[in-house]
Write a protein that binds this ligand. Structure first.
Ligand code: FES
Length: 120
């Protein structure tokens, strides 16, 4: 279903309703990263170059937890087989065909909102 917003553009209702508050900045501040299940999504929420980013926490190799270790030198290292992923892009540096999904993210005050359906 398509709806018209106040600016007159059309947006997908499903995408609008899928924006969900998944964490608070005050929860993120102590370590700079956290992981959290929301609905069917395992989210890796972290600060990177002064902004909040959200990648999938599920390794596309065999499903290991990407955010188990703290980000180091701009990369996450999967717990299970040590594949590394760029925090900038989610791209695996060990295997060019593997990449973590990046979620559209908005910070509203102290709240971190994420679009859980397909990015549009
Ligand atoms: S499951 Fe992540 S490297 Fe194998």
């Amino acid at each position: 279903m398509v709806a018209e917003d106040t600016a007159g553009s059309t947006r997908n209702d499903e995408a609008v309703t899928a924006l969900k508050c998944v964490a608070r900045l005050s929860e993120l501040k102590p370590s700079g990263q956290l992981s959290r299940w929301v609905d069917d999504h395992d989210l890796l929420i972290f600060e990177h170059h002064g902004r909040v980013k959200v990648l999938s926490n599920i390794c596309p190799h065999l499903g290991g937890p990407v955010g188990y270790h703290k980000k180091k030198d701009g990369r996450f290292t999967c717990l299970w087989h040590n594949f590394q992923f760029s925090a900038d892009t989610g791209q695996c540096v060990n295997h060019p065909k593997l990449c973590l999904r990046e979620y559209k993210t908005e910070v509203r005050g102290d709240e971190i909102w994420v679009q859980l359906v397909e990015n549009t």
